[in-house]
Write a protein that binds this ligand. Sequence first.
Ligand SMILES: Cc1ncc(COP(=O)(O)O)c(C=O)c1O
Length: 503
Amino acid sequence: MAFGPVRFSPPECCSSAPTFPQPPRLLPGSQRSGRSLSDAQGWRHVCQGTGAGLLQPKADRPRWVSVPVGVSSRSRGMLRRAGPSLRHVLLERANSAGHSLRFSKAKMSRPVQARRLEGVDKNIWVEFVKLATTHATVNLGQGFPDFPPPDFLREAFVRAVSGENHMLHQYTRAFGHPPLVKILAQFFGKLLGQELDPLTNVMVTVGAYQALFCCFQALVDEGDEVIIIEPFFDCYEPMVKMAGGTPMFIPLRPKAPKAGQLMSSADWQLDPAELASKFSKRTKAVVLNSPNNPLGKVFSRGELELIADLCVKHDALCISDEVYEWLVYDGKEHVRIASLPGMWDRTVSIGSAGKTFSATGWKVGWTVGPTRLLQHLRTVHQNSVYHCATAAQEAVAQGFQRELERLGQADSYFAHLARELQGKRDRLVQSLDAAGMKPIVPEGTYFLVADISAFASDVPNTTGSDEPYDSRFAKWMVKNKEDATLKAANDILQKWKREKAGP
Ligand SMILES: Cc1ncc(COP(=O)(O)O)c(C=O)c1O
């Protein structure tokens, strides 16, 4: 669950599952209609029957085909008799001229789904955002704040869209708006102790999500293995598979907390021998996510050195998802793996303005790394989204400019955000603990994992399915507890605890 949000009001755009214009139902066999290819575009309709019915799958209804205007009636007759292949060619011409496939007479009997999509169609966020909005409950699933980005960032966006510089409404440089890549190079160069070239060592993406997608598409090949540390952010696995790679999972294993203490995310550790056993000559990359979603674990320097040594030994890459780099609590240090010996040259570091400036809807992300890696990410980027929103990039650039001047100071937004969220973390930990759940105290991020095994037998299994109880528990909470505040969640848990304890 995420503890960043205290109050969740779903954005309008999330109020239901996305809807798309429905293609018209295709009619069976030769009776499918090619109804409205417009005359203006060089096509007109030829009715092969009588009456006015359209798009109706009955044999006695008129049949419609499309032929180009300018073709003589004799030719048209030939075309009709020419059978599906010639008509298909003509229809393809129509489609390539901008017409929708819904007018095509071609029957699609072949599988339409690319093989790379097999088994990757389910998405937990789609499922839970829908549940949360349907039941108006607090959305403890998806990681986004319910508070606005800082004033200085919002003001920068307003200036970008309403100022004199109309070019901020137009395309900018494909691999990143110049002011943004410049400041990112300066900022991360300082943190990594590395001189960065804004044009080759930084690439701006549509959120960290697209940065990840570019990494897997650009760097993972058929047959490559990619090591993923469990528990992990859900998209790593499908993205590796879509690239043709094989995910190799390695769990963080819990060790018992000190007597009388709650477990911390620091108690979840990699077994060095087990980690080493996952590497082979097929290993192309390791995905590292520190601070980790969902445990909140902040990998220590020693743990990162262990991973780094194995990467160097096996000549493997590291895809380092650091979107929560500023959300680190209790004075813990966020160590950037790219700064460790031998790692700059083999690491792509990924960041997100969404998490950094509490503006997840802006979808500005970035990658930082050596040219030899980023050049391939650029190839994926230029052949997919190509370009990110200019005004949002301009505002994020100004946000970083401000933060660079305050880096390490108490009035930096990054320091303020961590302080703020640490307080919320403590409150949630306290209320879960009081209710008899066992929270794992996160060292970073806005996520928290709690052990609910004490409640396992209380979770109703109305469907009789073999769905795990934690999944049923989450859904049951969403469906039955309709108040969207953390305080309400706390009250519910306390009440539940009292009921469980009995009279
Ligand atoms: C670990 C992790 N990586 C990447 C992302 C995606 O970030 P963005 O919103 O910038 O695409 C998220 C979002 O929740 C995340 O938790």
